[in-house]
Write a new protein. Structure first.
Length: 488
């Protein structure tokens, strides 16, 4: 696992730093709810302290090279204080969902301190029913949510009995902060590594010219498709306005079996059902805002991991962005799902992901000013209307200090001029949505959450009716617990 002192940030990781502004915070995370009673705060701190060696990056902070001549590097924080990063609070009575989501929104409204390791975790007591919650918040430059190794991952156990953690027994001793010469050397070393990778590619061209030619043709096609997408901007909508620093948050609980029922009945994937449900809810939203939906096709930025199988235990972002269409103009839910399925199949068969990955690799040699411009282009309002990201989670219960995690709601981020981000995560049979919105622009975000639940319920009902017409009357999936907006 590469998480070393003086590691250089990847171009994509650095782009998340460049993209961040006073109103656009580039941290991600989640809200998780556990059965009670909670452990003591001291026990919770000790649980994290014993496992921090598994994720060294969480003790690292940013350092910039001399004259900002290269991307930042990660260095040990010599003043690391676990109690600063792990916070403890409680909800006042009655400790209901409304209070919890307001606290979540407030926490995600605050930028992380760049002079310290870029993460926070909040232990929240006082939930009704004797439950407690954890809110995690990590800068996107630190973890992409798909690599599989972050603090939340190592914090969880697979059984109520905490698993013993192997440790060298030696206390962590931070390395001293590097001086100017060391920082310059780290930047040069990173550039050399990138150069070695480029040289390896050149050697492959010499030794396998036919394979390299085919690869080059695919890359050219992919970059051409990205350029064409840029010439066809996303439509202007009420979601693409100037945003402030404050946020609203809502959660939607649903069952993974419902998504499987719909996709098994009508075809496609679980992610296609997600996008079709979101498109239907946005159609209702646009109509409620007085926007005409005839011919309106919005675009979702759908992050796709390009991490190889042997890289699934490394931090750092290996993601590219696909721009999935949301056919707001289609009123029929099944027709809308069919459109999304065909469109996403076309994107997967296209070379967009390959082109985006190559462009990210080229940025290994980009100076910071060029990298900053590229990051702003990547999150341009012209290219997409909102983020919709779907993260697969474990389909078995997880525990922290013997307490079972009951529900999980992911939280994405809002780029500049984007007032809504939708994150979805499956966990132990659930498929839960987290909607993060700008406080002023999305005053009706709760209604949007209800509309997503309603659109999914409609698709589930249609799938049941379709299945009932089968000769054996069978269908896949339960549909026993309808999607619902979480309320007090």
């Amino acid at each position: 696992m590469s998480q070393q002192h003086l590691d250089r940030l990847t171009p994509i990781d650095a782009s998340f730093l460049h993209q961040e502004g006073p109103n656009s915070h580039m941290h991600v995370g989640g809200l998780t709810i556990f059965e009670g009673p909670p452990a003591s705060f001291e026990d919770f701190l000790e649980q994290i302290r014993q496992r921090l060696h598994l994720v060294p990056r969480y003790r690292h902070k940013l350092a910039h090279t001399a004259l900002d001549s290269g991307r930042p590097v990660w260095i040990d924080d010599p003043t690391f204080n676990l109690e600063y990063h792990v916070r403890h609070t409680a909800l006042p009575s009655p400790g209901d969902w409304q209070q919890l989501r307001e606290l979540t929104a407030r926490i995600f409204s605050q930028a992380l301190d760049r002079s310290k390791p870029l993460w926070e975790m909040w232990l929240i007591e006082g939930l009704d029913g004797g439950r407690f919650a954890l809110i995690s918040k990590t800068h996107h430059a630190l973890i992409d949510g798909i690599s599989g190794v972050d603090l939340a991952t190592v914090l969880f156990d697979l059984s109520p009995t905490p698993e013993p953690i192997k440790h060298s027994g030696r206390p962590w001793v931070p390395r001293r902060e590097p001086g100017t010469v060391e920082l310059v050397a780290a930047g040069v070393a990173g550039a050399i590594r990138a150069g070695v990778e480029l040289a390896a590619g050149a050697f492959d061209v010499i030794t396998h010219p036919e394979r390299a030619l085919n690869r080059s043709r695919e890359i050219a096609e992919g970059i051409g498709e990205i350029a064409w997408a840029g010439l066809n901007p996303a439509p202007e909508t009420p979601l693409n306005v100037t945003i402030g620093p404050h946020r609203r948050f809502v959660g939607i609980a649903s069952q993974l079996d419902d998504f499987k029922l719909v996709k098994n009945t009508f075809g496609g994937t679980v992610n296609d059902v997600v996008l079709a449900s979101v498109a239907g809810a946005l159609r209702r939203f646009m109509i409620s805002r007085g926007v005409r939906t005839e011919g309106l096709e919005m675009r979702a930025l759908v992050p796709v991991s390009v991490r190889a199988e042997d890289e699934h235990h490394q931090l750092g972002n290996r993601i590219v962005a696909m721009r999935g269409p949301l056919p707001i103009y289609i009123a029929d839910p099944v027709q809308r799902l069919d459109f999304v399925k065909d469109a996403m199949d076309g994107l997967k068969e296209s070379k967009q992901a390959l082109g985006a990955e190559v462009l990210a690799g080229v940025q290994n040699f980009a100076p910071p000013t060029v990298l900053a411009q590229a990051s702003r282009l990547n999150f341009s309002t012209r290219l997409f209307n909102l983020i919709v990201t779907n993260v697969p989670g474990p389909q078995f219960p997880l525990y922290v200090l013997g307490r079972q995690m009951l529900e999980a709601y992911p939280v994405a981020f809002l780029p500049e001029n984007h007032a809504l981000a939708i994150a979805i995560m499956s966990y132990n049979g659930q498929m839960n949505f987290g909607l993060l919105g700008d406080f002023d622009a999305l005053f009706d975000i709760e209604q949007l959450g209800e509309d997503i639940a309603a659109e999914l319920a409609t698709l589930v009902e249609l799938a049941k009716e379709q299945s009932a017409r089968l000769p054996d009357g069978s269908h896949n999936g339960s549909g026993s617990i309808p999607a619902r907006l979480i309320k007090p």
